[in-house]
Every structure is written in C-alpha cells, then in structure tokens.
Design a protein around this ligand. Structure first.
Ligand code: ATP
Length: 298
C-alpha cells in the first residue's frame, strides 16, 4: 500500500528532555492514523516536526513518497491549535480571510467547506456566538480549504462536551470515507478506537506499538467469567491450558489468551466438569484501553 508519510528515526530534545527517541512509522494512504499517548509523550512535538514548525535533531521524514513537488504542503490541511478567528466576524467572513492569507482554494469553496462541517445554516452568525464544538468545526473547515489530501489534527476534540466530541468524530470518519488521509494526535483511547484505522502509541518519546487497529487488537482474546463462588471459579480456571494470564476482578474472573486459543465451549465444559456453573461467559477482543495500559504500564 502506498504511504502518505514515512518517518525514519526522528529524535528531538528540549535541553535535557528527550521528547522523541528514534521515531519510525508509516502512514498508509487513506488511513485515519491516531498518534496516541499520555500528556507529554511527544505527540505535539511529532506533528510540529512533520509540519516544519520545529526542526528534528536527527532523522528524516518524507511526505507523498519523497515528493519533489515543492508545493506539497498545500496538500496538507492542518489544525495544530485552536486558530485565532475574529470574534466579531461571521464564519463566512473569517474563512474569506483565512483563504486570502493562506492562498488555499478559492472563495467559491467556502460554502462547500461550511457545508461539510455542517455550519452552512450558521455561516452569517458571528464567531463569538458559536459553541466550542462549532468553533472547532470551523477550524476544521479552515483546514479543508484548498481540498487537501491530508489533514493533520492535534487533539481535535479537546475541551468539547460529549455532543461536540461525537460531531467531530462523525466528521472525521466522513472525511476518511471521502478518501482523505487523516493524522490526529489524541490522548483519548476511546476516540482512537472508534475513529482510527491505524495508530501508534508514544510513551516519553518512544514508539511502543504501531499498525492497523484491527490487527493489533484482534490478536488477543479476553474471556470474562462469572459464577456464584469467584474463588472456586479461579481455582478451576488455573488448570485450563493456553492462557497468558488470569485475573480476579471485583465480581468476575478474566482470562487473557491468544486469539481463539481457548474456545468458550471448552471453558464452559471444563468448569462444568469441575462442578462450577457459570452465570456469565463472554469472549471479547482486547480493547485499546487494555492494550494501552498494558504497554504503557500506567
Ligand atoms: P500533551 O498531550 O500534554 O499536549 P504531548 O504528547 O503533545 O503532550 P509534547 O508537547 O510534544 O507532548 O511534549 C513532549 C515533551 O517535551 C514533554 O516532556 C514536554 O514537557 C517537553 N516539551 C515540549 N515543548 C517544550 C519546550 N518548548 N521546551 C521544553 N520542553 C518542552
């Protein structure tokens, strides 16, 4: 698959603080790629380097397969921080100014991008009357001017309420379906799991994992079991072959194993044969949250 972005051993320090340590990853064309990590893990530093706002100490990156087109930056729309729109101007007039300053696209596009972010009906209202979610959508509209192939978004749902978050997520998924490649930094596990096709996890500037969400999360099963006597259940489960680890939670036991290593019918029969009746048996894929905490050790 064609890559839109490749990074090769990028490192960056701020004095004694090593913000990025040999960062290497690829973003396939058409991916919604999440850069995930706790606060201070290096997400903003990464995006800033990729957009030439900061210079890396060492390492390389290349957009569009080492594009020799010197205007390649015009194919990348960005939202790095909440942009400064004029409070007393309407969305439409603000975008006219953004468009004129950035020379991206043309005036006829403004209505189209406002339509995309569902602000068309409010386009003549002053920016100061907008909700936080609407302001964020306007920022994405600004990034969409010039119809870029790629969008780079730093924490696009930061500070929004659940409705605002859902709106931005829907918008990102729709833009992905239209064929845009989206690279977004986030510290919200749920967001990355719901929206992204690919992701990487950073911790203190180190890359812990990188690849398609489905592939990374589907190689491990988590089996949740309940019965009236949890102690007895745990003892019985200890003799099941094939699990990687077993935990006893407040009101259930949980087994982790490689995908399909233990089948639910086998576990049910095993427990029954040892005199334990299960009241609940559920096999699920490891969630991103579980994977994240396992990898980051947080
Ligand atoms: P957050 O989610 O809090 O925005 P982040 O993952 O985007 O964090 P960065 O902002 O890239 O992380 O910061 C990575 C590390 O570099 C942190 O330890 C941070 O304190 C440090 N850092 C970032 N910018 C500077 C700077 N200008 N001067 C000194 N240290 C910095």
């Amino acid at each position: 698959m064609e890559n839109i972005l490749s990074t090769d051993n990028i490192s960056k320090s701020y004095g004694p603080v090593k913000a990025l340590n040999n960062l290497t990853f690829e973003v396939p064309k058409g991916a919604i790629f999440g850069i995930l990590g706790p606060n201070g893990s290096g997400k903003t530093t990464t995006l800033s380097i990729l957009l030439d706002v900061l210079k890396a100490d060492s390492g390389h990156y290349s957009w569009f397969n080492n594009s020799t087109d010197k205007h390649y930056r015009k194919k990348i729309g960005t939202l790095l921080e909440t942009p400064n729109f004029y409070h007393y101007l309407s969305a439409f007039d603000n975008l006219k100014i953004t468009q004129a300053i950035s020379s991206r696209g043309n005036k006829t596009e403004i209505d189209a991008v406002l339509e995309t972010v569902r602000l068309q009906s409010r386009k003549n209202d002053k920016f100061s009357t907008y909700s936080l979610g609407m302001k964020q959508r306007l920022a994405i509209a600004a990034a969409l001017l010039g119809n870029p192939d790629v969008l780079v978004l730093d924490e696009p749902t930061n500070g929004l309420d659940p409705v605002g978050i859902a709106e931005i997520r829907t918008l990102i998924i729709e833009l992905g379906q239209q064929g845009k490649t989206i690279i977004m930094a986030s510290h919200l596990l749920d967001e990355v799991e719901k929206v992204c096709t690919h992701f990487c996890i950073l911790k203190q500037g180190n890359l812990l994992v990188n690849g398609p969400v489905k592939e990374i999360l589907s190689n491990e099963d988590v089996i949740i079991l309940r019965s009236s006597d949890l102690n007895q259940l745990k003892q019985v489960l200890l003799s099941i072959p094939g699990y990687t680890h077993l935990t006893e939670e407040k009101d259930f036991c949980q087994i982790h194993c490689s995908a399909n290593a233990i089948l639910p019918e086998d576990i049910n029969a095993h427990c029954y044969n040892k005199g334990v009746i299960l009241s609940h048996l559920e096999v699920k894929k490891k969630s991103l949250e579980e994977k994240f905490f396992e990898l980051t050790g947080n």
